[in-house]
Design a protein around this ligand. Sequence first.
Ligand code: SF4
Length: 243
Amino acid sequence: MEEIRGKLHSFESCGTVDGPGIRFIVFTQGCPLRCKYCHNPDTWKMRDAKYNRNIPFVMNEIIKYKNFFLNGGGVTVTGGEPLMQPDFVQELFMACNKEGIHTALDTSGYIFNDKVKEVLEYTNLVLLDIKCIDDKEYKELTGVDLEPTLEFAKYLSDIGKPMWIRHVLVPGITDRDDYLERLADFVKELKSVEKVEILPFHKMGEFKWKELGLEYQLDKVESPTVERVENAKNIFRSRGIKI
Ligand code: SF4
């Protein structure tokens, strides 16, 4: 049988923003979306992968940090879109499970099929990015359809898989009360949402677009104000959703 290897962008040893506790973050290469605010456009193309690593190599890196995971931390796989390499994610999570290490998967939910359902069996927490609740706006923002992501969310709810919903608040695009209310109504019906994270838009990835010779369309967009972030949070709180 061919050895499973991951086409990877990078590792981060002590991440604190992608899931609970202190986490080892694995950034995979490849993404079918083209989000206008993407911080990591250098992960988009699979052929640009910097590393091609097998599971023992990655686990060896992870184990070095095992003591940091004691207070609820663990491993998060993000990207790019990790589910472009489901065999790698599944094998990695199986190895983590054996070591008693918590596993989190950060995904757009765009790739949803039977293989992904298998990966989820070894996933303790899903960080599901719902980038906009409006079909048309979602497509405009990401280049792909919203429907698979909503199906993914409903499946997670049906099987009781813990999830955090993540939503980037972008002035003039996603920061609209009607969108936020529709998103909150959708999330409210999901049974296994532990919390929602509202992530204020920022332009820290803009330089990468320039380096890659890509046109960054949001250069005139500012970060949302504290009031608008609070407004978004309140829309979720008013439906009893933890923020
Ligand atoms: S899903 Fe993530 S990695 Fe892919 S384009 Fe969107 S923000 Fe970038």
